[in-house]
Ligand binder design. Structure first.
Ligand SMILES: [Zn+2]
Length: 177
């Protein structure tokens, strides 16, 4: 049996513990899906102005998309989010460290997506994202490019030429350190 603290460390939302994991599969996509139920350790809610409260106005269940976990491409954090009755701000949604107000995803997922959206990504950036060395990323990229190439035996020459051209283009832009 895996210790609770290890699961909490893996999910890594500060101030929260994991209370349940639900494994499933997307009906349309067939992708593996994971819902992680988390619960706050301390019952303290923070207002956007910085004030902290022991009590709350009301609470509602939220589900926001999170990072992929291994084969689980689609995952959600599921938690209760409170509204506080602040003397300064009125009744407002509490501030959470891992989610921007109204966002349908976690901050850390947004950070990864933003990184991937760079038009031309260098090997160095990808290596940093996955904490791999430059050589490894280059090898992975090279292997993937070779596998993408259709076999010359059953491919019209014209198509092959196009593929070679696109590979050369990708090499130029991506294999820049
Ligand atoms: Zn406030």
């Amino acid at each position: 049996m895996v210790k609770q603290e290890y699961i909490d460390q893996l999910v890594g939302v500060q101030g929260y513990i994991v209370v349940a994991l639900h494994f499933g599969e997307g009906k349309k996509s067939g992708d593996k899906e994971l819902v992680i139920e988390i619960e706050r350790v301390e019952d303290r809610c923070r207002c956007r102005c910085g004030r902290e409260f022991d009590t709350y106005y009301d609470k509602s269940l939220r589900m926001v998309r999170d990072l992929p976990y291994g084969p689980y491409k689609r995952s959600w954090l599921c938690f209760m989010q409170a509204r506080v009755d602040c003397p300064e701000c009125g009744v407002v949604t509490e501030q959470l460290s891992f989610r921007d107000p109204w966002a349908t995803h976690t901050k850390r997922l947004a950070a990864e997506v933003a990184l991937s959206c760079r038009e031309v990504r260098s090997i160095k950036a990808i290596a940093e994202q996955y904490s791999l060395n430059w050589k490894t990323v280059k090898e992975i990229d090279k292997k993937a490019l070779i596998q993408e190439l259709p076999s010359p035996a059953d491919t019209p020459a014209r198509l092959l030429a196009v593929d070679e051209f696109s590979i050369k283009k990708r090499q130029c832009s991506r294999w820049r350190k």
